[in-house]
Design a protein around this ligand. Structure first.
Ligand SMILES: Nc1ncnc2c1ncn2[C@@H]1O[C@H](COP(=O)(O)OP(=O)(O)O)[C@@H](O)[C@H]1O
Ligand SMILES: O=C(O)C1=C[C@@H](OP(=O)(O)O)[C@@H](O)[C@H](O)C1
Length: 266
């Protein structure tokens, strides 16, 4: 089963309201009967849930991922929705895939709110707007087509105290309201606020903005940085971000792209 990584529009930790967009970094997960030697805490929690609830046999899990881990690019939600989808398809079990992903992400300790915003975007594609406290999908829409997305992909997030974000609930609830009508302004405000609050180096962000980015900031809890620009304007931004590390140029994934790709192979 294929799902997608993503970048943040609004981080859901402060106010439970979150928004995330799917990008073209793919995760593919398949399962077969057998035994896995190593399982991350997230994978183990999902397998245990299905064994205990539906009495399925032991499974070997094969994960192929283009998403750097511990980087704020939604690796955990992409892996968890893809694994839940692969298991439910193999055994004909009907579940709400993004909701179960959120519940088991909290249980396994990899997520604070369950990241239902990330799970819906990872699974359906497009841009999600959610209220994670109630696993409520407020709306989904597509990202503007003529925007390029650059990512300074930085992995191995340092140990940061995420509880501090809760103090800023009113600010992020306001950013979420802005996101409902203006995704790009909200991404910029959210990305800058997260950088300030969590104490990340703002130099690459400032440099991207000076070189023509219409928005730049931290994705998720960081440390990865995104920059957006009009298609064709990416050259100077790419150069400026490259001074700090590996830059990925990617595109937004539209709602239902996964199904269109499957259809194309027929
Ligand atoms: N490619 C992967 N394979 C197995 N488990 C993964 C993978 N990516 C994420 N996870 C699980 O999710 C947890 C959190 O991953 P992380 O990369 O921090 O996610 P995010 O970028 O969504 O914050 C990891 O500690 C691991 O348990
Ligand atoms: O743990 C959580 O509930 C969340 C973690 C963040 O994402 P990352 O895990 O990608 O940092 C955030 O953007 C998301 O809205 C909610």
């Amino acid at each position: 089963m294929q799902t997608f990584g993503g970048i943040s529009i609004v981080n859901a930790i402060p106010s439970w309201y979150g928004s995330s967009m799917a990008i073209d970094l793919k995760v593919n997960v398949d399962v077969e009967e057998g035994h896995s030697t190593f399982q991350s805490s997230l994978v183990k929690t999902i397998l245990d849930y299905f064994r205990e609830t539906y009495n399925i046999p032991e499974l070997k899990v094969n994960i192929r991922s283009e998403i750097p881990q511990m980087s704020g690019l939604k690796s955990s939600s992409a892996v968890s929705t893809a694994l839940i989808a692969a298991i439910s398809e193999k055994f004909g079990i009907e579940v709400d895939i993004p909701k179960l992903s959120a519940i088991l992400s909290i249980k396994s300790g990899v997520s604070v709110t369950g990241a239902y915003d990330d799970a819906t975007a990872a699974y359906y594609g497009g841009v999600s707007f959610t209220y994670n406290k109630e696993f409520k999908l407020i709306k989904m829409e597509n990202f503007p087509e003529d925007i390029s997305i650059l990512i300074l992909a930085i992995g191995n997030r340092p140990n940061i105290d995420l509880k501090i974000l809760k103090k800023y609930n009113l600010l992020f609830e306001e950013i979420f309201k802005i996101a409902l009508r203006d995704i790009i302004t909200a991404m910029k405000l959210n990305g800058l606020a997260i950088a300030e609050i969590l104490g990340y180096d703002k130099e690459p962000i400032i440099s991207a903005l000076k070189n023509g980015a219409i928005a730049s900031g931290i994705s998720g809890n960081g440390p990865s940085i995104f920059a957006l620009c009009k298609e064709g304007d990416d050259g100077p931004i790419y150069e400026s971000l490259s001074k700090y590390g590996k830059v990925i140029v990617t595109r937004a994934v539209e709602i239902g792209d996964r199904y269109r790709k499957i259809d194309n192979t027929r």
